[in-house]
Ligand binder design. Structure first.
Ligand code: SF4
Ligand code: SF4
Length: 110
């Protein structure tokens, strides 16, 4: 093969079929709205627990969509269910209910 002095890098695209976690499908069945999250971060910006923990609901939802569950389930345990994120979500997601469903679904197989 001719050496042109450069090579193509491996794709950094996330292949969802490889990272899919069956628990996420169960979460979506319970909370279809979780797919409407647009990762705006309003929930994380207003979160009561975020000022003294690593909790970011925006990050948790993104990680669960990507099948990266370990950090997400660790973070969500810091939630105090105060409901401030529900008040600010521009998509009108019932985030508190979503958090309870995440705790329920991801606890099932731990
Ligand atoms: S309900 Fe949980 S995630 Fe939402 S603002 Fe309160 S502590 Fe943060
Ligand atoms: S405020 Fe709502 S839409 Fe924005 S990141 Fe949080 S859950 Fe998603």
């Amino acid at each position: 093969m001719v050496d042109f002095g450069f090579k193509l890098s491996k794709s950094s695209a996330i292949v969802l079929s490889e990272t899919a976690d069956p628990r996420f499908a169960r979460l979506v069945a319970l909370e279809p709205d979780v797919m409407r999250c647009m990762s705006c971060g309003s929930c994380a910006g207003s979160c009561t627990a975020a000022s003294f923990t690593t909790l970011s609901l925006r990050r948790v939802i993104l990680d669960l969509q990507r099948g990266q569950t370990a950090d997400a389930t660790g973070q969500i345990k810091h939630c105090m269910l105060c409901g401030k994120c529900t008040l600010v979500c521009p998509r009108g997601l019932n985030t508190r209910h979503i958090i309870l469903s995440i705790l329920q679904v991801y606890k099932e197989e731990e």
